[in-house]
Ligand binder design. Structure first.
Ligand code: TRP
Length: 461
Protein backbone atom coordinates (compact mmCIF):
# COMPACT_ATOMS: atom_id res chain seq x y z
CA UNK A 1 0.00 0.00 0.00
CA UNK A 2 1.55 3.34 -0.89
CA UNK A 3 -1.12 5.68 0.49
CA UNK A 4 -3.16 5.89 3.65
CA UNK A 5 -6.93 6.31 3.53
CA UNK A 6 -6.61 9.18 5.99
CA UNK A 7 -4.40 11.30 3.73
CA UNK A 8 -0.72 11.99 3.05
CA UNK A 9 1.45 14.94 4.07
CA UNK A 10 1.95 17.22 1.07
CA UNK A 11 5.74 16.74 1.21
CA UNK A 12 8.67 15.85 3.43
CA UNK A 13 8.68 19.26 5.09
CA UNK A 14 5.10 18.95 6.14
CA UNK A 15 5.89 15.64 7.74
CA UNK A 16 8.78 17.35 9.56
CA UNK A 17 6.48 20.11 10.74
CA UNK A 18 3.75 17.71 11.80
CA UNK A 19 6.16 15.40 13.61
CA UNK A 20 7.86 18.39 15.20
CA UNK A 21 4.41 19.68 16.12
CA UNK A 22 3.73 16.41 17.86
CA UNK A 23 7.13 16.29 19.52
CA UNK A 24 7.31 19.91 20.62
CA UNK A 25 4.72 20.45 23.29
CA UNK A 26 4.25 20.66 27.00
CA UNK A 27 7.03 18.10 27.30
CA UNK A 28 9.56 20.66 26.12
CA UNK A 29 8.29 23.88 27.55
CA UNK A 30 6.68 22.72 30.80
CA UNK A 31 8.00 19.29 31.71
CA UNK A 32 11.65 19.39 30.70
CA UNK A 33 12.54 22.45 32.81
CA UNK A 34 10.70 21.21 35.89
CA UNK A 35 12.07 17.69 35.89
CA UNK A 36 15.53 19.09 35.24
CA UNK A 37 15.02 21.32 38.27
CA UNK A 38 13.81 18.42 40.40
CA UNK A 39 16.72 16.23 39.35
CA UNK A 40 19.51 18.64 40.04
CA UNK A 41 20.28 20.13 36.62
CA UNK A 42 23.36 19.40 34.50
CA UNK A 43 23.92 15.71 35.09
CA UNK A 44 20.27 15.08 34.29
CA UNK A 45 20.48 17.11 31.08
CA UNK A 46 23.46 15.07 29.97
CA UNK A 47 21.58 11.81 30.61
CA UNK A 48 18.64 13.17 28.68
CA UNK A 49 20.83 14.09 25.70
CA UNK A 50 22.44 10.65 25.70
CA UNK A 51 19.02 8.99 25.85
CA UNK A 52 17.80 11.04 22.89
CA UNK A 53 20.87 10.13 20.83
CA UNK A 54 21.24 6.47 21.77
CA UNK A 55 17.67 5.38 22.25
CA UNK A 56 15.27 8.10 21.12
CA UNK A 57 16.44 8.72 17.57
CA UNK A 58 17.02 5.04 16.65
CA UNK A 59 13.61 4.02 18.01
CA UNK A 60 11.92 6.97 16.33
CA UNK A 61 13.32 5.89 12.96
CA UNK A 62 12.00 2.38 13.60
CA UNK A 63 8.56 3.57 14.66
CA UNK A 64 8.06 5.88 11.69
CA UNK A 65 9.25 3.13 9.38
CA UNK A 66 6.65 0.69 10.73
CA UNK A 67 3.96 3.28 10.13
CA UNK A 68 5.03 3.88 6.56
CA UNK A 69 5.23 0.16 5.85
CA UNK A 70 1.74 -0.42 7.22
CA UNK A 71 0.01 2.77 6.06
CA UNK A 72 -2.82 2.33 8.56
CA UNK A 73 -3.66 3.21 12.15
CA UNK A 74 -0.98 1.78 14.47
CA UNK A 75 -3.27 -1.05 15.60
CA UNK A 76 -4.05 -2.19 12.06
CA UNK A 77 -0.52 -1.47 10.88
CA UNK A 78 0.84 -3.88 13.49
CA UNK A 79 -1.81 -6.49 12.76
CA UNK A 80 -0.98 -6.21 9.05
CA UNK A 81 2.79 -6.44 9.55
CA UNK A 82 2.40 -9.43 11.86
CA UNK A 83 0.49 -11.26 9.11
CA UNK A 84 2.82 -10.17 6.34
CA UNK A 85 5.94 -11.35 8.13
CA UNK A 86 4.37 -14.37 9.87
CA UNK A 87 5.27 -13.06 13.32
CA UNK A 88 3.48 -14.18 16.51
CA UNK A 89 0.25 -12.18 17.01
CA UNK A 90 1.56 -10.99 20.33
CA UNK A 91 3.38 -8.22 18.47
CA UNK A 92 0.10 -6.63 17.49
CA UNK A 93 -0.11 -5.66 21.17
CA UNK A 94 2.23 -2.75 20.38
CA UNK A 95 -0.66 -1.00 18.66
CA UNK A 96 -3.20 -1.71 21.39
CA UNK A 97 -1.02 -0.70 24.29
CA UNK A 98 -0.04 2.44 22.43
CA UNK A 99 -3.62 3.47 21.82
CA UNK A 100 -4.34 3.02 25.52
CA UNK A 101 -1.26 5.00 26.55
CA UNK A 102 -2.22 7.80 24.17
CA UNK A 103 -5.65 7.94 25.75
CA UNK A 104 -4.24 8.07 29.29
CA UNK A 105 -1.71 10.78 28.44
CA UNK A 106 -4.34 12.82 26.62
CA UNK A 107 -6.44 12.87 29.81
CA UNK A 108 -3.83 14.70 31.87
CA UNK A 109 -2.18 16.55 29.01
CA UNK A 110 -5.40 18.45 28.48
CA UNK A 111 -5.56 19.50 32.13
CA UNK A 112 -2.04 20.95 32.04
CA UNK A 113 -2.64 22.64 28.70
CA UNK A 114 -5.67 24.13 30.45
CA UNK A 115 -3.33 25.85 32.89
CA UNK A 116 -1.69 27.62 29.96
CA UNK A 117 -5.13 28.61 28.68
CA UNK A 118 -6.03 29.99 32.09
CA UNK A 119 -2.93 32.19 32.04
CA UNK A 120 -3.91 33.94 28.81
CA UNK A 121 -6.63 36.16 30.35
CA UNK A 122 -4.49 36.69 33.46
CA UNK A 123 -1.65 38.11 31.40
CA UNK A 124 -3.98 40.02 29.14
CA UNK A 125 -5.39 41.84 32.16
CA UNK A 126 -1.94 42.73 33.41
CA UNK A 127 -2.22 40.56 36.53
CA UNK A 128 1.50 40.13 36.76
CA UNK A 129 2.69 43.74 36.38
CA UNK A 130 5.84 44.04 38.50
CA UNK A 131 5.01 40.68 40.03
CA UNK A 132 7.33 39.11 42.57
CA UNK A 133 8.19 35.44 42.89
CA UNK A 134 5.86 35.12 45.85
CA UNK A 135 2.94 36.66 44.02
CA UNK A 136 3.45 34.37 41.04
CA UNK A 137 3.61 31.30 43.28
CA UNK A 138 0.42 32.32 45.11
CA UNK A 139 -1.45 32.93 41.86
CA UNK A 140 -0.54 29.48 40.64
CA UNK A 141 -1.50 27.93 43.96
CA UNK A 142 -4.95 29.53 43.74
CA UNK A 143 -5.49 28.13 40.28
CA UNK A 144 -4.69 24.60 41.41
CA UNK A 145 -6.94 24.92 44.44
CA UNK A 146 -10.04 25.42 42.29
CA UNK A 147 -11.37 22.28 40.61
CA UNK A 148 -14.08 24.30 38.85
CA UNK A 149 -11.59 26.61 37.16
CA UNK A 150 -9.30 23.74 36.24
CA UNK A 151 -12.23 21.80 34.77
CA UNK A 152 -13.39 24.79 32.74
CA UNK A 153 -10.03 25.20 30.98
CA UNK A 154 -9.53 21.45 30.66
CA UNK A 155 -12.89 21.24 28.89
CA UNK A 156 -12.00 24.04 26.48
CA UNK A 157 -8.70 22.46 25.55
CA UNK A 158 -10.29 19.06 25.00
CA UNK A 159 -12.93 20.62 22.75
CA UNK A 160 -10.21 22.27 20.69
CA UNK A 161 -8.42 18.94 20.35
CA UNK A 162 -11.57 17.17 19.18
CA UNK A 163 -12.26 19.98 16.75
CA UNK A 164 -8.89 19.62 15.04
CA UNK A 165 -8.87 15.82 15.07
CA UNK A 166 -12.34 15.78 13.58
CA UNK A 167 -11.21 17.97 10.69
CA UNK A 168 -8.68 15.40 9.62
CA UNK A 169 -5.06 15.27 8.59
CA UNK A 170 -4.82 17.75 5.77
CA UNK A 171 -7.45 20.37 6.47
CA UNK A 172 -6.76 22.52 9.51
CA UNK A 173 -3.83 20.64 10.93
CA UNK A 174 -1.32 21.11 8.13
CA UNK A 175 -2.40 24.68 7.58
CA UNK A 176 -2.15 25.61 11.27
CA UNK A 177 1.16 23.90 11.90
CA UNK A 178 2.82 25.74 9.02
CA UNK A 179 2.37 29.09 10.76
CA UNK A 180 2.41 28.24 14.41
CA UNK A 181 5.62 26.32 14.69
CA UNK A 182 7.87 29.04 13.23
CA UNK A 183 6.12 31.64 15.38
CA UNK A 184 6.85 29.58 18.47
CA UNK A 185 10.54 29.53 17.58
CA UNK A 186 10.59 33.31 17.16
CA UNK A 187 8.95 33.87 20.53
CA UNK A 188 11.33 31.57 22.29
CA UNK A 189 14.11 33.72 20.88
CA UNK A 190 12.50 36.87 22.22
CA UNK A 191 12.32 35.30 25.67
CA UNK A 192 15.86 34.05 25.38
CA UNK A 193 16.99 37.58 24.61
CA UNK A 194 15.24 38.73 27.79
CA UNK A 195 16.80 35.95 29.85
CA UNK A 196 20.29 36.69 28.50
CA UNK A 197 20.23 40.18 29.96
CA UNK A 198 19.08 39.15 33.45
CA UNK A 199 22.05 39.03 35.79
CA UNK A 200 21.44 35.36 36.55
CA UNK A 201 21.77 34.12 33.00
CA UNK A 202 25.10 32.46 33.62
CA UNK A 203 23.81 30.86 36.84
CA UNK A 204 20.94 29.41 34.82
CA UNK A 205 23.19 28.10 32.10
CA UNK A 206 25.55 26.66 34.69
CA UNK A 207 22.71 24.85 36.33
CA UNK A 208 21.77 23.26 32.99
CA UNK A 209 25.20 22.41 31.70
CA UNK A 210 27.53 21.79 34.60
CA UNK A 211 27.69 18.04 34.53
CA UNK A 212 28.07 17.00 38.14
CA UNK A 213 27.98 13.23 38.07
CA UNK A 214 27.71 12.85 41.81
CA UNK A 215 24.15 14.09 41.51
CA UNK A 216 23.10 11.26 39.21
CA UNK A 217 20.72 8.74 40.72
CA UNK A 218 19.05 5.69 39.29
CA UNK A 219 15.72 7.43 39.62
CA UNK A 220 16.88 10.35 37.50
CA UNK A 221 18.10 7.97 34.80
CA UNK A 222 14.63 6.43 34.66
CA UNK A 223 13.11 9.85 34.37
CA UNK A 224 15.57 10.95 31.67
CA UNK A 225 14.83 7.92 29.53
CA UNK A 226 11.09 8.15 30.06
CA UNK A 227 11.19 11.80 29.14
CA UNK A 228 13.17 11.19 25.97
CA UNK A 229 10.29 8.97 24.84
CA UNK A 230 7.68 11.47 25.94
CA UNK A 231 9.29 14.45 24.28
CA UNK A 232 9.84 12.66 20.96
CA UNK A 233 6.27 11.26 21.07
CA UNK A 234 7.62 7.71 20.96
CA UNK A 235 6.36 4.35 21.99
CA UNK A 236 2.63 4.72 21.61
CA UNK A 237 2.11 4.85 17.89
CA UNK A 238 1.57 8.59 17.52
CA UNK A 239 4.62 8.99 15.37
CA UNK A 240 3.80 5.64 13.71
CA UNK A 241 0.43 7.08 12.71
CA UNK A 242 2.17 10.14 11.29
CA UNK A 243 4.63 7.88 9.48
CA UNK A 244 1.69 6.25 7.74
CA UNK A 245 0.93 9.59 6.12
CA UNK A 246 4.53 10.13 4.98
CA UNK A 247 5.36 10.28 1.27
CA UNK A 248 7.16 7.14 0.09
CA UNK A 249 10.04 9.10 -1.46
CA UNK A 250 11.21 10.85 1.73
CA UNK A 251 14.25 9.59 3.64
CA UNK A 252 13.07 8.57 7.07
CA UNK A 253 16.40 8.75 8.86
CA UNK A 254 17.39 12.24 7.71
CA UNK A 255 13.92 13.54 8.42
CA UNK A 256 13.85 12.11 11.92
CA UNK A 257 17.19 13.59 12.85
CA UNK A 258 15.86 17.02 11.93
CA UNK A 259 12.77 16.49 14.10
CA UNK A 260 14.78 15.27 17.08
CA UNK A 261 17.25 18.14 16.87
CA UNK A 262 14.49 20.75 16.67
CA UNK A 263 12.73 19.16 19.62
CA UNK A 264 15.87 19.13 21.72
CA UNK A 265 16.67 22.75 20.85
CA UNK A 266 13.26 23.88 22.01
CA UNK A 267 13.67 22.04 25.31
CA UNK A 268 17.12 23.49 25.96
CA UNK A 269 15.96 26.98 24.99
CA UNK A 270 13.05 26.70 27.44
CA UNK A 271 15.49 25.74 30.16
CA UNK A 272 17.72 28.68 29.31
CA UNK A 273 14.76 31.00 29.55
CA UNK A 274 13.33 29.62 32.76
CA UNK A 275 16.32 29.00 35.02
CA UNK A 276 17.82 32.50 34.86
CA UNK A 277 14.40 33.83 35.89
CA UNK A 278 14.26 31.26 38.68
CA UNK A 279 17.58 32.34 40.06
CA UNK A 280 17.15 36.07 39.67
CA UNK A 281 13.82 35.94 41.54
CA UNK A 282 14.82 33.68 44.38
CA UNK A 283 12.54 30.86 43.24
CA UNK A 284 13.23 27.16 43.73
CA UNK A 285 14.48 25.23 40.67
CA UNK A 286 12.84 22.12 42.15
CA UNK A 287 9.41 23.75 42.45
CA UNK A 288 7.78 20.93 40.49
CA UNK A 289 5.06 21.06 37.85
CA UNK A 290 4.32 24.72 38.53
CA UNK A 291 7.77 25.94 37.56
CA UNK A 292 6.85 27.35 34.15
CA UNK A 293 3.75 29.04 35.54
CA UNK A 294 5.62 30.70 38.37
CA UNK A 295 8.62 31.93 36.43
CA UNK A 296 7.53 33.21 33.05
CA UNK A 297 4.77 35.50 34.37
CA UNK A 298 7.46 37.29 36.39
CA UNK A 299 9.50 37.87 33.26
CA UNK A 300 6.45 39.15 31.39
CA UNK A 301 5.42 41.33 34.32
CA UNK A 302 8.79 43.05 34.30
CA UNK A 303 9.58 43.49 30.64
CA UNK A 304 8.46 46.12 28.13
CA UNK A 305 5.19 45.15 26.40
CA UNK A 306 5.12 42.15 28.72
CA UNK A 307 1.36 41.66 28.58
CA UNK A 308 1.50 41.45 24.83
CA UNK A 309 4.37 38.98 24.72
CA UNK A 310 2.92 37.07 27.65
CA UNK A 311 -0.43 36.54 25.97
CA UNK A 312 1.27 35.61 22.73
CA UNK A 313 3.54 33.16 24.49
CA UNK A 314 0.83 31.29 26.35
CA UNK A 315 -1.28 31.21 23.19
CA UNK A 316 1.65 29.52 21.51
CA UNK A 317 2.14 27.09 24.39
CA UNK A 318 -1.49 26.15 23.90
CA UNK A 319 -0.97 25.66 20.19
CA UNK A 320 2.18 23.64 20.77
CA UNK A 321 0.15 21.50 23.15
CA UNK A 322 -2.66 21.22 20.62
CA UNK A 323 -0.38 19.99 17.83
CA UNK A 324 0.75 17.34 20.32
CA UNK A 325 -2.60 16.37 21.81
CA UNK A 326 -4.06 15.63 18.40
CA UNK A 327 -1.24 13.16 17.84
CA UNK A 328 -2.14 11.48 21.13
CA UNK A 329 -5.70 10.99 19.94
CA UNK A 330 -4.84 10.13 16.32
CA UNK A 331 -3.96 6.43 16.79
CA UNK A 332 -7.32 5.51 18.37
CA UNK A 333 -9.34 7.86 16.21
CA UNK A 334 -7.76 6.50 13.02
CA UNK A 335 -8.45 2.97 14.25
CA UNK A 336 -12.12 3.71 15.01
CA UNK A 337 -12.50 5.22 11.55
CA UNK A 338 -10.82 2.26 9.84
CA UNK A 339 -12.28 -0.59 11.80
CA UNK A 340 -15.69 0.63 12.94
CA UNK A 341 -16.38 2.83 9.96
CA UNK A 342 -17.09 5.82 12.23
CA UNK A 343 -16.81 9.39 10.98
CA UNK A 344 -13.81 11.30 12.28
CA UNK A 345 -16.15 13.54 14.22
CA UNK A 346 -17.82 10.66 16.01
CA UNK A 347 -14.50 8.94 16.73
CA UNK A 348 -12.88 12.17 17.94
CA UNK A 349 -15.85 13.07 20.14
CA UNK A 350 -15.97 9.62 21.71
CA UNK A 351 -12.25 9.54 22.48
CA UNK A 352 -12.24 13.15 23.65
CA UNK A 353 -15.21 12.75 25.94
CA UNK A 354 -13.79 9.67 27.64
CA UNK A 355 -10.38 11.27 28.06
CA UNK A 356 -12.07 14.37 29.44
CA UNK A 357 -13.83 12.28 32.10
CA UNK A 358 -10.61 10.60 33.15
CA UNK A 359 -8.96 14.02 33.19
CA UNK A 360 -11.20 15.00 36.08
CA UNK A 361 -9.09 12.66 38.21
CA UNK A 362 -6.04 14.75 37.35
CA UNK A 363 -7.97 17.94 38.14
CA UNK A 364 -8.83 16.60 41.59
CA UNK A 365 -5.35 15.38 42.33
CA UNK A 366 -4.22 18.99 42.69
CA UNK A 367 -6.83 19.77 45.35
CA UNK A 368 -9.43 17.42 46.91
CA UNK A 369 -7.47 14.26 46.18
CA UNK A 370 -4.04 15.74 46.84
CA UNK A 371 -3.64 13.55 49.91
CA UNK A 372 -4.57 10.26 48.28
CA UNK A 373 -1.19 9.00 47.26
CA UNK A 374 0.56 5.82 46.26
CA UNK A 375 4.32 5.81 46.79
CA UNK A 376 3.91 9.51 47.46
CA UNK A 377 2.37 9.96 44.02
CA UNK A 378 -1.04 11.54 43.41
CA UNK A 379 -3.47 10.25 40.80
CA UNK A 380 -1.89 12.57 38.25
CA UNK A 381 1.65 11.53 39.21
CA UNK A 382 0.64 7.87 38.94
CA UNK A 383 -0.83 8.30 35.45
CA UNK A 384 2.23 10.26 34.40
CA UNK A 385 4.61 7.66 35.81
CA UNK A 386 2.69 4.69 34.47
CA UNK A 387 2.56 6.07 30.94
CA UNK A 388 5.85 7.96 30.64
CA UNK A 389 8.09 5.66 32.61
CA UNK A 390 6.50 2.29 31.94
CA UNK A 391 4.18 2.15 28.93
CA UNK A 392 6.17 4.37 26.55
CA UNK A 393 9.52 2.67 27.22
CA UNK A 394 7.84 -0.73 26.95
CA UNK A 395 6.27 0.29 23.64
CA UNK A 396 9.65 1.55 22.47
CA UNK A 397 11.36 -1.64 23.54
CA UNK A 398 8.88 -3.79 21.64
CA UNK A 399 9.18 -1.60 18.55
CA UNK A 400 12.99 -1.84 18.65
CA UNK A 401 12.95 -5.60 19.09
CA UNK A 402 10.30 -6.12 16.42
CA UNK A 403 12.19 -4.09 13.83
CA UNK A 404 15.67 -5.37 14.69
CA UNK A 405 14.93 -9.02 15.50
CA UNK A 406 11.69 -9.98 13.79
CA UNK A 407 11.84 -8.14 10.47
CA UNK A 408 14.59 -9.25 8.12
CA UNK A 409 17.66 -7.09 7.69
CA UNK A 410 16.98 -6.72 3.98
CA UNK A 411 13.33 -5.70 4.34
CA UNK A 412 14.27 -2.93 6.70
CA UNK A 413 17.25 -1.82 4.61
CA UNK A 414 15.04 -1.54 1.53
CA UNK A 415 12.48 0.58 3.36
CA UNK A 416 15.02 2.92 4.97
CA UNK A 417 17.62 3.33 2.19
CA UNK A 418 19.95 4.92 4.70
CA UNK A 419 22.94 5.27 2.38
CA UNK A 420 26.28 4.03 3.69
CA UNK A 421 25.96 0.42 4.90
CA UNK A 422 28.09 1.27 7.94
CA UNK A 423 25.48 3.77 9.06
CA UNK A 424 22.69 1.25 8.64
CA UNK A 425 24.64 -1.41 10.50
CA UNK A 426 25.37 0.97 13.36
CA UNK A 427 21.71 1.90 13.66
CA UNK A 428 20.68 -1.75 13.56
CA UNK A 429 23.23 -2.65 16.20
CA UNK A 430 21.95 0.06 18.52
CA UNK A 431 18.40 -1.09 17.95
CA UNK A 432 19.27 -4.74 18.51
CA UNK A 433 21.24 -4.36 21.71
CA UNK A 434 21.69 -0.91 23.17
CA UNK A 435 18.16 0.47 23.09
CA UNK A 436 16.49 -2.71 24.43
CA UNK A 437 19.01 -3.10 27.24
CA UNK A 438 18.77 0.52 28.29
CA UNK A 439 15.00 0.36 28.29
CA UNK A 440 14.91 -2.96 30.15
CA UNK A 441 17.12 -1.58 32.88
CA UNK A 442 14.76 1.32 33.29
CA UNK A 443 11.64 -0.80 33.22
CA UNK A 444 12.86 -3.10 35.94
CA UNK A 445 13.15 -0.02 38.05
CA UNK A 446 9.46 0.76 37.55
CA UNK A 447 8.30 -2.75 38.53
CA UNK A 448 7.77 -2.24 42.27
CA UNK A 449 5.57 0.71 41.46
CA UNK A 450 3.61 -1.32 38.94
CA UNK A 451 2.97 -4.25 41.27
CA UNK A 452 1.75 -1.97 44.06
CA UNK A 453 -0.52 -0.19 41.60
CA UNK A 454 -2.02 -3.46 40.40
CA UNK A 455 -2.52 -4.55 44.01
CA UNK A 456 -4.37 -1.31 44.75
CA UNK A 457 -6.60 -1.63 41.70
CA UNK A 458 -7.45 -5.24 42.65
CA UNK A 459 -8.36 -4.22 46.18
CA UNK A 460 -10.75 -1.60 44.77
CA UNK A 461 -12.58 -4.09 42.52
N1 TRP B 1 5.77 14.95 22.67
C1 TRP B 1 4.73 15.73 23.26
C2 TRP B 1 5.35 16.70 24.23
O1 TRP B 1 6.53 16.75 24.37
C3 TRP B 1 3.67 14.89 23.92
C4 TRP B 1 3.17 13.83 23.05
C5 TRP B 1 2.46 13.98 21.91
C6 TRP B 1 3.43 12.47 23.17
N2 TRP B 1 2.26 12.77 21.32
C7 TRP B 1 2.84 11.82 22.06
C8 TRP B 1 4.11 11.73 24.10
C9 TRP B 1 2.96 10.46 21.90
C10 TRP B 1 4.20 10.36 23.93
C11 TRP B 1 3.66 9.74 22.85
O2 TRP B 1 4.66 17.45 24.85
Amino acid sequence: MSQSVHGTWANRWLFILAATGSAVGLGNIWKFPYITGENGGGAFVLMYLLCIALVGIPVMIAEVMLGRMGRQSPINTMVGLVKRFHAPVFWAGIGWMGALAGFLILSFYSVIAGWALAYIPKLAMGDFQQATGEYAAATFGNLLASPQTLTLWHSLFMLATIFVVARGVNRGLEAAIKWLMPLLFVLLFVLLAYAVQTDSFSAGVDFLFSFDFSKLSRESLVIALGHSFFTLSLGLGAIMAYGAYMPQSASISKTIVVVAVLDTLVALASGMVIFPIVFSNGLEPGAGPGLLFQTLPIAFGNMAAGSFFGVLFFVLVVFAALTSSISLAEPIVAWLVESKGWSRLRAGACVGLSAWLLGLGTVLSFNHWADYTLFGKTFFDCLDFLTTNIMLPLGGLLIAVFVAWVLSKQTVADELRMGPPALYNAWRFILMFISPLAVLAVLLNGLPFLSTLIGQIKSLL
